[in-house]
Design a protein around this ligand. Structure first.
Ligand code: F6P
Length: 539
C-alpha cells in the first residue's frame, strides 16, 4: 500500500530551523565567506581529485567551488536532516509527492526496466513497456516507409507542435542528437502562438511528405491547439480533408480531445498524469524525436536516464552527483546570496539545453509557498540562464569576468564530437578550460590599470563526458531532474506543480475579445486599458 507523502511529514521542518543550516551559517561567516578558491587549492594539493566525481559517463569536477571538506560534510548533513534519502525513496515508490495535484511523480518509471520494480502498483506503470513497443512499431513503420503520407510519399519532415515541456524536450534532444538522425528525415518544431513559425516553416515544406506530431499533455493548451488547427488547415488546403488523418499523430493524456481533433486511434499515443510536462521527454512526448533518430537511439537515451536514476537512488549522499549539485546550488543561493546560475555547454548541439533547464528548474522550484501551505523562509529557485560556450564568450562573459555579481556556472563539455575534427574539438575544450581557469584565477600585476584587472575567485563546476551520445544526454537530463528534486525537498516545496502559470493564461483568455474588437475590456488595470487604446490606434 502506498503511504501518503504528506502523512510522512518529510519536509515538515523549515530548512532554516535545522541544526546543519545553523552550522552552515556559522561556517560561511567564520571560514568560507572570505576564503578564496586559490587558498582552498593551496591548502589541499589533492583538492582537484578529492572534489571530482564520476557517475555513468559523466565526470563532475566541483573543485572550483567555495566548498571544502567541512562544507561538504555539513551540506550532506543538511540533506540528511531534511530527509532527502526518504524523499528519494518516496519518489521511486510512487508516493504522491506532487502534493498540490495529488499525483505520483514517476518519470523514472518511463526509463526503468520492469525488473527495477519502480512503483509497479501505480496505475499506468505496468503499461509503460507496451506503450514503448507501440511507439517503436509506429516509428519503424514510418522510417521503413510502411506508413506514408496520403498521396503515398514517404515522410521526410517531422514537425513537433507543442510548447513548454511538450516542445523544449524534443527540440533540445533532437538538436543534441543531430548525428543520429535518419538520413532522409528532418526535425522541425512549432511552439509560439503568433503564427510566424508555422508560416515560415510551411513555405519550405511539402504537405505530402510532412507528418505533424501534436504534443500536449492536456491537449487544451492554446498555443499548441492554435498551431495544430493552422497546420490542419494547411494540410487540408494542399491535400484535401481526407488527408488530415494521415498527416497528424498525437501524444497526450486527453483521449477525448485527440478524438475530437481527428487523430485516428492507431496514431494516438498516451501517457499518464504522473508524468509532468517538463519531465515528459521520456514518454510519448518523445515521439517526434524517436521518429527522426529511430527507436534504438531513443531507447539508448532512456537507458542513460536509468543509469543516472540508479546512481541517484544508490550512491551515498556525499558521492551522489545530483545531490551534490543541489547542495552546491543551495550553498550559493541561500548562504552566499547568489541569484542566478549560468549553464554553458561547449558543444553547439547542446545550444537549447540552457532553455530546457530553465523550464525544468524555474517552473519546478520558482515557488514561495511550501507543501504545507506556509510561506518559505528562505529564497528558493535561482534564475537559470545560459548559451552555447563560445557564442556566450563573445556576448556576456564580460559580466562573468568583471561584473559585480556572484554567478556560479556549470560548464558542460564532451571530449569528442561526431563530425568535428580532433583539432576543432581541442579548440573547444581549450576554450572551456581557459574560461573556468580565468574565472577562478583572475589576473593582476604591478601597475596594471584597474579596468584590466580580473579579480577571479568566480566559482564553477565542469561536467565532462566522452561524447554527446544518447546515453550521455539521458544522464545529463536525469542529473538535473534529480538536482531540482533534491533542492525542492530541502526547501519543502512541491517541485512538480506549476500554479504560477495559470493566472496569466486566464487573463489572456479574457483579453482575446478586447484586443480583437478594441472594446469590452472588463479588467481594472489602467496600463492595460491604455495599451489597448494604443493597439487600436496602431491598427
Ligand atoms: O506553461 C505551463 C505548462 O503547463 C507546462 O508545464 C507544460 O510543459 C506546458 O504548459 C505545455 O502543456 P501541455 O503539454 O499540456 O500542452
Amino acid at each position: 500500500m502506498i503511504v501518503e507523502y504528506t502523512d510522512r511529514k518529510l519536509s515538515a521542518r523549515y530548512p532554516t530551523d535545522l541544526g546543519a543550516w545553523q552550522a552552515l551559517k556559522a561556517h560561511y561567516r567564520d571560514s568560507m565567506r572570505a576564503k578564496s578558491l586559490e587558498a582552498l587549492f593551496s591548502r589541499d594539493k589533492e583538492r582537484a581529485g578529492r572534489f571530482t566525481l564520476t557517475a555513468g559517463d559523466l565526470t563532475l569536477d566541483y573543485s572550483k567551488n567555495h566548498v571544502n571538506a567541512t562544507t561538504r560534510k555539513l551540506l550532506v548533513r543538511l540533506a540528511r536532516e531534511a530527509q532527502v534519502p526518504a524523499a528519494i525513496e518516496a519518489m521511486f515508490a510512487g508516493e504522491r509527492i506532487n502534493v498540490t495535484e495529488s499525483r505520483s511523480v514517476l518519470h523514472v518509471a518511463l526509463r526503468a526496466k520492469m525488473s527495477d520494480k519502480v512503483a509497479l502498483e501505480v496505475d499506468g506503470v505496468p503499461e509503460v513497456w507496451a506503450t514503448l513497443n507501440n511507439i517503436e512499431d509506429f516509428v519503424e513503420r514510418v522510417q521503413s516507409k510502411r506508413i506514408r503520407g496520403h498521396t503515398g510519399k514517404r515522410f521526410t519532415d517531422i514537425v513537433n507542435i507543442g510548447i513548454g515541456g511538450s516542445d523544449l524536450g524534443p527540440v533540445m534532444a533532437a538538436r543534441a542528437l543531430r548525428p543520429y538522425w535518419h538520413e532522409k528525415m528532418r526535425f522541425h518544431s512549432v511552439s509560439n502562438i503568433d503564427g510566424t513559425q508555422l508560416a515560415d516553416l510551411t513555405r519550405e515544406l511539402s504537405a505530402e511528405s510532412t507528418l505533424f506530431v501534436v504534443c500536449s499533455k492536456t491537449f487544451t493548451t492554446i498555443e499548441t491547439m492554435t498551431n495544430a488547427n493552422a497546420a490542419r488547415e494547411w494540410v487540408r488546403d494542399h491535400l484535401g480533408y481526407a488527408a488530415i488523418q494521415d498527416h497528424f499523430v498525437a501524444a497526450s493524456t486527453n483521449h477525448e480531445a485527440m478524438d475530437a481533433f481527428g487523430i485516428r486511434p492507431d496514431y494516438r499515443f498516451g501517457f499518464w498524469d504522473w508524468v509532468g510536462g517538463r519531465y515528459s521527454l521520456w514518454s510519448a512526448v518523445g515521439l517526434s524525436l524517436a521518429l527522426v533518430v529511430g527507436m534504438e537511439t531513443f531507447r539508448r537515451l532512456l537507458n542513460g536516464g536509468r543509469v543516472m536514476d540508479l546512481h541517484f537512488r544508490n550512491a551515498p549522499l556525499d558521492a551522489n552527483m545530483p545531490v551534490l549539485l543541489a547542495l552546491i546550488a543551495i550553498w550559493y543561493n541561500n548562504f552566499f546570496g547568489a541569484e542566478s546560475q549560468a549553464i554553458l555547454p561547449y558543444d553547439n548541439r547542446l545550444d537549447r539545453f540552457p532553455a530546457y533547464l530553465q523550464q525544468l528548474q524555474m517552473e519546478s522550484n520558482g515557488k514561495r509557498v511550501r507543501m504545507d501551505g506556509k510561506p518559505v523562509k528562505c529564497d528558493t529557485g535561482m534564475v537559470i540562464w545560459g548559451e552555447a560556450g563560445n557564442n556566450a564568450q563573445h556576448s556576456f562573459y564580460q559580466l562573468l569576468h568583471q561584473g559585480t555579481r556572484l554567478i556560479p556556472i556549470d560548464f558542460l563539455a564532451p571530449v569528442r564530437s561526431a563530425g568535428a575534427s580532433q583539432e576543432q574539438q581541442n579548440l573547444a575544450l581549450a576554450q572551456c578550460l581557459a574560461q573556468s581557469e580565468a574565472l577562478m584565477d583572475g589576473f593582476d600585476e604591478e601597475g596594471l590599470e584597474a579596468y584590466r584587472v580580473h579579480e577571479g575567485n568566480n566559482p564553477s563546476s565542469t561536467i565532462l563526458f566522452p561524447e554527446l551520445t544518447p546515453e550521455a544526454l539521458g544522464q545529463l537530463i536525469a542529473l538535473y531532474e534529480h538536482k531540482v528534486f533534491v533542492e525542492g525537498v530541502m526547501w519543502g516545496i512541491d517541485s512538480f506543480d506549476q500554479w504560477g502559470v495559470e493566472l496569466g493564461k486566464k487573463l489572456a483568455t479574457n483579453l482575446i475579445e478586447p484586443v480583437a474588437q478594441g472594446k469590452g475590456y472588463r479588467g481594472r488595470n489602467p496600463s492595460t486599458t491604455s495599451l489597448l487604446s494604443y493597439i487600436r490606434k496602431l491598427r
